[in-house]
Design a binder for this molecule. Structure first.
Ligand SMILES: Cc1cc2nc3c(=O)[nH]c(=O)nc-3n(C[C@H](O)[C@H](O)[C@H](O)COP(=O)(O)OP(=O)(O)OC[C@H]3O[C@@H](n4cnc5c(N)ncnc54)[C@H](O)[C@@H]3O)c2cc1C
Ligand code: FES
Length: 359
């Protein structure tokens, strides 16, 4: 260890102002003391819109728990963009994310990623994870919301003969359904998994209806006795939350909550936007006039400021930026706040009058 440190010191002197890691990074892209990275090892097209990207992470990565997510960074037109993606691989396997192309970064990731590309990474996080003790489970997912649940199923079902999982997954068509064949094979192989697909187009355009219990009782009659894990679009999750509350099933099943939810987008208060204002990004020497419902993160990115970000939904705090002056409005609660020097979550706060940010 002492020898390695001495070698590093010599290397530092020889390579200053660059660090030895900068040069090692040119040879092996996974070696960097500053930024965790991963090399893409496999790319699988899952559906016309979705791609699974397998990667080998460098030093500093922690194995994920089934259901967790990680921040993934990619360089697009010279700017590093960060988004969060659930890890879809089973625990113990090389990590993978399954990205559905719906916007700027996801489309670039899903369509352009190649084997050998380098991804910037953050370690896995999140508490949408399996309960410690297996119990009857209901997985309720729609669209790309299947990804964290797929990691749970791949981890739990083949390893635990006592697993008892019902998956209800909704997709527009059979061809859009993520992991469709693998799920049916797993259900064939392991009695602990039952898969119920709901294809909206095959139901004559009728979406899985969670405004009442009828669909749920048809697909999983004992749903009240199961700990439920749900992930999908906002309206799907809002409907599930209301249903569980209304039916009095929002308590606990054993020592697990009756319903645990993972969201990919923040819950914003309806009509919360008020007066906007002129936002000044001081260090970047940029300013822009924005409406009261536009997150400061979007406002900055739209005018070319490199803004720190992660989940973009108020949970990871990667976007914290010091406020120099002005007031901001929390789009989740409507609360107007802001003291000089306060760290602002730019992804869920908008200008409430003129705002100066230290970035
Ligand atoms: C914890 C977490 C886990 C996530 N896991 C995944 C995953 O496994 N696979 C995946 O494809 N995406 C996942 N996402 C969403 C992902 O981080 C990006 O938001 C998504 O890829 C859109 O980014 P974009 O740059 O392409 O779109 P942008 O141009 O940034 O905007 C797209 C808009 O769509 C909203 N949005 C985000 N996700 C969805 C969605 N699934 N359906 C509809 N609208 C959405 C965003 O809030 C935003 O308003 C996850 C997000 C979080 C917070
Ligand atoms: S980006 Fe995660 S809290 Fe703002």
């Amino acid at each position: 260890m002492v020898q390695i440190r001495a070698l590093r010191r010599v290397a530092s002197i020889l390579t200053t102002p660059r660090t030895p890691e900068d040069f090692l990074g040119l040879v092996n892209p996974l070696v960097s003391s500053r930024q965790l990275r991963g090399v893409v090892t496999k790319v699988v097209r899952e559906t016309p819109d979705s791609t699974t990207i397998h990667f080998r992470p460098g030093r500093g990565w922690n194995q994920h728990a089934a259901g967790q997510w990680a921040r993934i960074g990619v360089e697009i037109d010279g700017v590093r963009q960060w988004r969060s993606y659930s890890l879809s691989a089973a625990v113990g396997h090389d990590p993978a994310v399954t990205v559905t192309a719906i916007g700027f970064v996801s489309t670039a990731l899903a369509r352009d990623t190649k084997v050998g590309d380098v991804l910037f990474l953050d370690t896995p996080q999140g508490d949408f994870v399996l309960p410690e003790h297996p119990r009857p489970l209901l997985m309720l997912t729609a669209g790309s919301g299947l990804t964290p649940v797929m990691s749970m199923i791949r981890t739990l079902v083949p390893r635990r003969p006592d697993a008892d999982v019902v998956l209800i997954h909704s997709a527009r068509t059979r061809g859009d359904a993520l992991f469709h064949d693998e799920l049916l094979e797993l259900a064939d192989q392991f009695p602990g998994l039952q898969v119920r697909h709901w294809f909206t187009r095959e139901e004559g355009g009728r979406r899985l209806d969670l405004s009442g219990v009828a669909d749920l009782e048809t697909l999983c009659p004992d749903w009240r006795e199961r700990a439920a894990y749900a992930c999908g679009p906002t309206d799907f999750l809002d409907a599930a939350t209301e249903l569980w509350q209304r039916e009095g099933a929002d308590g606990a099943v054993g020592d697990a909550p009756a319903l645990t939810i993972e969201r990919f987008a923040p819950v914003l208060l309806d009509g919360v936007g008020g007066e906007g204002g002129l936002v000044t990004f001081e260090k970047s020497d940029k300013e822009v006039e924005v409406g009261g419902d536009v997150p400061l993160l979007d406002a900055g990115e739209d005018c070319g400021v490199v803004m720190p970000s992660g989940c973009r939904m108020g949970i990871c705090r990667s976007c914290l930026t010091p406020l120099v002056a002005g007031k901001v409005r929390d789009l989740r609660t409507g609360e107007v706040h802001g003291d000089e020097g306060e760290l602002i979550q730019t992804c869920v706060n908008a200008a409430a009058g003129p705002v100066h940010l230290d970035i």
